[in-house]
Design a binder for this molecule. Structure first.
Ligand code: ADP
Ligand code: MG
Length: 213
């Protein structure tokens, strides 16, 4: 079982996450058209295209460098709330990733640290119908499953994020543009929560691939 990812493997997983976001542009656009201004898909795609280019260019001495490269690229190109929010998630996670290999417990700590950074920056909390409603349960699930290994922790995080997306349908937004919709946003999932699920699912799928290789 792949219990630790090398720098090259994590880079490949981050590139796969970027590709998954880019492939989901239309889905994210439609989700944001339902409760926001419709820019989430293009903003995320722009940020993750820049992240891919930066990952290919910049050398990384440890995992933190990889995550920081992704976060900085997103912050400087995505625009909108999600540029700051998703950029902060990756740069926040980067702070606890000064390691050359990534195991289950480091992955769990990185998700938790990314969550903390997003909350400190954007002042939203779980329950406010944002990406935090996918990220917070994902971080918790990774921590709860870290004893079962990296693949199990990554899969549990992705599954918890997906369940979190479902729960955002029942939430009234208190942050971002959707808050002006009030109860009209009920029934619609939060676009940023969908993005978190796409990212964590792509990472889990990559880890699964390394295991089989
Ligand atoms: P904008 O709201 O500027 O149009 P996007 O449409 O790209 O930006 O992103 C919207 C997403 O950003 C929301 O679905 C939500 O998940 C996330 N978001 C917005 N504000 C916050 C916040 N303060 N904290 C966490 N996530 C947020
Ligand atoms: Mg938007």
């Amino acid at each position: 079982m792949t219990e630790r990812l090398s720098l090259d493997q994590t880079k490949a997983a981050l590139l796969a996450a970027a590709d998954a976001i880019i492939a989901a542009t239309d889905r994210l656009t439609k989700a944001d058209q339902a409760i926001g201004d419709g820019d989430h898909g293009l903003g995320m795609a722009r940020g993750f295209k820049a992240a891919k280019e930066a990952l290919d260019k910049k050398p990384a001495a440890h995992h933190g460098d990889l995550f920081k490269t992704v976060g900085m690229a997103i912050v400087s190109t995505s625009g909108g709330a999600s540029g700051a929010v998703f950029g902060t998630f990756f740069t926040g996670a980067a702070k606890v990733l000064t390691v050359e290999t990534l195991d289950a417990s480091t992955y769990a700590v990185a998700l938790a640290e990314g969550q903390k950074a997003v909350q400190a920056r954007g002042k939203a909390e779980p329950g406010h119908k944002t990406m935090l409603d996918a990220l917070a349960p994902a971080a918790e699930a990774a921590r709860a499953n870290e004893g079962a290994g990296l693949l199990a922790a990554a899969r549990a995080a992705a599954a918890a994020a997906e369940e979190g997306v479902e729960r955002t349908k029942d939430m009234v937004a208190q942050f971002g543009r959707a808050r002006t919709l009030g109860e009209r946003a009920l029934g619609h999932p939060d676009p940023g929560a969908i993005s978190i699920t796409i990212i964590l699912t792509a990472i889990a799928t990559s880890i699964e691939g390394f295991k089989e290789a």
